[in-house]
Design a protein around this ligand. Structure first.
Ligand SMILES: O=C(O)CCC(=O)C(=O)O
Length: 323
């Protein structure tokens, strides 16, 4: 049986702004940045402190009877709780007050004031806590489905540990996508009869410790598993020209405008092919695939299927790489 290739995400220490921007960022590969000064939040953000400082402002959360959340089949419900009550519940294993069952799991991905239009911004919604973007607060064991975002992202793990598995955008065809999400929910024990191609996707993995930053380049798929109750903050930023992005995208996961238009045109082309019998659809479908491959696949992208993975162009004396 074919085995899935696994690689550790490289860990870099002593990274400052210049090193990140000049040497790590242009590689467009995930990287863990360890030991970057994140300030007093690392010690301060206890359940009590967050509860007191965040107060009883209402937040919309995901609640599930199982820890592995599945957006495609929606095995969770959205509920609203005061922020301090939510943090308390997410940090405990058994709850005296609950919605579905006493060991339910909680996840907060904070939102903007107008959830449909405005992106989350902690500097506005929780001004006393942090000047940044999205809260990620999860119960121990909570696993978030594999998805990509269209913006570059730094995920800061403030408290608790978290396993993150990533897949390259070049492995998109092996991930059984439905929109921006993978249908393969159980990435550790996938159903290979249903998803035989999944083993061809190379798995990049790291465990984030408190204080770690993970650079997740746009379009890289990621799946997170909270190994402990923990609080993270992530910051998305635009690196394409501003008008490339969908103006109404509070989550940072709507396809760029040109990609969305191309996908719509593809749907129209496929509907046109439906006018033909199956053998012609099959034939012209193959021709279209060939055309698309020839026109779009980029041979100059750094391959994610070579031995270079733990090899970086960075001066090795300055950095720590995984052993
Ligand atoms: O840390 C998490 O819970 C999810 C992180 C994530 O999906 C992201 O940073 O885009």
């Amino acid at each position: 049986m074919e085995l899935q290739e696994k690689v550790a995400v490289p860990v870099f220490t002593r990274v400052n702004r210049e090193v990140f921007l000049q040497q790590i960022y242009p590689e467009r590969r995930p990287a863990v940045l360890r030991g970057v000064c994140l300030g007093p939040c690392l010690d301060k953000w206890t359940v009590e402190y967050l509860g007191q400082t965040g107060g009883d402002k209402e937040v919309k959360i995901h609640v599930s009877t199982v820890a592995q959340m599945d957006f495609l089949h929606k095995n969770f419900v959205y509920k609203t709780l005061p922020f301090n009550e939510f943090v308390k519940r997410a940090s405990e294993e058994l709850h005296s007050h609950f919605f579905l069952c006493e060991d339910e799991s909680y996840y907060l991905r904070s939102l903007g004031e107008d959830v449909r239009k405005e992106p989350a911004d902690l500097s506005k919604q929780f001004p006393d806590l942090f000047f940044s973007s999205v809260f990620r607060i999860s119960s121990c064991g909570l696993q978030l489905w594999t998805h990509y975002d269209v913006m570059d992202n730094l995920l800061a793990q403030v408290t608790g540990t978290k396993r993150v598995v990533l897949f390259s955008p070049q492995d998109a065809l092996h991930l059984y996508l439905s929109g921006d999400k993978s249908e393969v929910l159980d990435i550790d024990d996938p159903d290979l009869e249903q998803f035989p191609e999944f083993v061809k996707a190379k798995r990049y993995e790291c465990v984030l410790e408190p204080g770690d930053l993970l650079f997740i380049p746009a379009l890289w798929f990621h799946n997170t598993l909270a190994l402990q109750f923990g609080v993270g903050v992530n910051v998305f930023w635009r690196h394409l020209p501003a008008d490339s992005y969908d103006k109404k995208d509070p989550y940072g996961n709507k396809d760029p405008v040109a990609a969305a238009r191309a996908l719509q045109a593809l749907e129209r082309a496929l509907n046109t092919l439906d006018e033909l019998p199956a053998d012609y659809r099959d034939f012209y479908g193959r021709r279209m695939i060939q055309r698309i491959q020839k026109r779009t696949f980029c041979s100059s992208l750094p391959s994610t299927h070579t031995e270079q993975d733990c090899d970086t162009t960075l001066p090795s004396s300055q950095f720590t790489k995984p052993g």
